[in-house]
Design a protein around this ligand. Structure first.
Ligand code: NAD
Ligand code: ZN
Length: 346
């Protein structure tokens, strides 16, 4: 078993890595008889809830919501608040998120607000949640006006990254996480790209461990997202516009981010930030991993979505660009140059 400790502003917490280690949840999280409620979704619960309840020793309760982004809502939170209050959960009790990024974001937000804050632990079960969303304390829900518009920064008390969970993931969900994995390779450590290309399944635990190590470093340097943490948005500005234009149905988050990363690589080259050839390298890596690099939208359509969304018509937007594979930088660009540079990448 491996371990990393994340030093957040208010306290530090451990992140444990290993295959099958979720069975040791009680000792790893040093749970000492406090009441626990496992929060999970309707896909994950039938696969793993009984095992985790048994590992917690029988005294734990659970709350299961329907799987899917529609459940990342204030309504789901209200259901959980009522359940916790009815079962007399106090500030010294704890919640455990057992699921993907949606479950983690909801559980974190409920924990940060129920009784003005109770502890929560995380058992991420998707690749995306293991390498990204379960670490760093960003949590929240969607409202009809937009995604992630309500939320807070609230760190977990411990995270168990058990790669055994990944075996039951659907191909599409695995690829979504893979896009975020490769993002770390592009922005921070080229070795991740090499590991992924030379044998994804053999190298998966090393890849996950390295990605979490990077996320830890970035979060420790910028816990509240005012500087360095922005580099984690590589590919996301264009990616979010692709998701939105596709009505959140046509392209999954990972597919949209993958296309967004290819476009941002082209931008990096055209803006003179990276040497010629970077775009080709980035596209080559994404394609070898079965990730998409193009979509049917025009650059002008995407750019209107981005610039209208951000309410900065006429102004400049900070884009995460690459100097090379493994090195990211943030650079302000206006709409015209982004449109000119991205044209041809889509
Ligand atoms: N908080 C953050 O820092 C952060 C970062 C990135 C993304 N996010 C959020 O994360 C969410 C996406 O996360 P996600 O991709 O994990 O989505 P998800 O939680 O919906 O999981 C994807 C699908 O896989 C299923 N699933 C989960 N684990 C499984 C397993 N082990 N076996 C079989 N099926 C399993 C789920 O039921 C779901 O159908 C988005 O809402 C996004 O906004 C948050
Ligand atoms: Zn993402």
């Amino acid at each position: 078993m491996k371990k990393l400790t994340l030093n957040a502003k208010d306290f530090s917490y451990d992140i444990f890595f290993g295959e099958g280690i979720a069975a040791d949840i009680t000792s790893l999280f040093a749970l000492k008889g406090q009441k626990t409620c496992i929060i999970s979704d309707s896909n994950v619960a039938p696969l793993y809830l009984e095992k985790v309840l048994a590992a917690l020793g029988g005294g734990a309760t659970s709350y299961v919501f329907p799987a899917g982004e529609a459940s990342k809502s204030l309504d789901t939170c209200a259901g959980i608040y009522n359940f916790l209050a009815k079962n007399e959960f106090s500030k010294t009790d704890a919640l455990v998120a057992l699921g993907g990024g949606i479950c983690g974001d909801v559980t974190g937000f409920v924990s940060s607000t129920y009784l003005r804050g109770i502890p929560y632990f995380s058992l991420p079960t998707t690749l995306l949640a293991q390498v990204d969303s379960s670490i760093g304390g960003k949590c929240g829900v969607n409202i009809p006006y937009g995604k992630n518009l309500v939320g807070s920064f609230y760190q977990p008390r411990g995270v168990i990254i058990d790669t055994a969970f990944l075996k039951t993931l659907k191909e599409r969900d695995f690829r979504d996480g893979l896009a975020e994995v490769i993002k770390y390779g592009f922005i921070y450590d080229e070795k991740i790209c090499q590991w992924a290309l030379s044998g994804l399944s053999q190298n998966l635990s090393d890849i996950v461990f390295r990605c979490v190590g990077i996320k830890k470093e970035v979060v420790e340097a910028d816990e509240f997202d005012s500087g360095l943490r922005m580099i984690l948005n590589f590919g996301h500005t264009i990616g979010h516009a692709i998701e939105k234009l596709g009505g959140y149905e046509k392209y999954s988050h990972g597919q949209a981010v993958s296309i967004g990363m290819a476009a941002a690589a082209r931008l990096s080259e055209k803006a003179g930030m990276a040497k010629e050839g970077l775009y080709g390298k980035v596209v080559g890596i994404l394609e070898k991993l079965g990730l998409p690099t193009r979509c049917e939208y025009e650059a002008s359509q995407l750019l209107s979505t981005i610039f209208n969304d951000k309410k900065i018509r006429g102004g400049k937007l900070n884009f995460v660009l690459l100097k090379d594979i493994g090195q990211a930088t943030v650079y302000p660009l206006d709409k015209e140059s982004v449109e000119e540079f991205v044209e041809g990448a889509l």
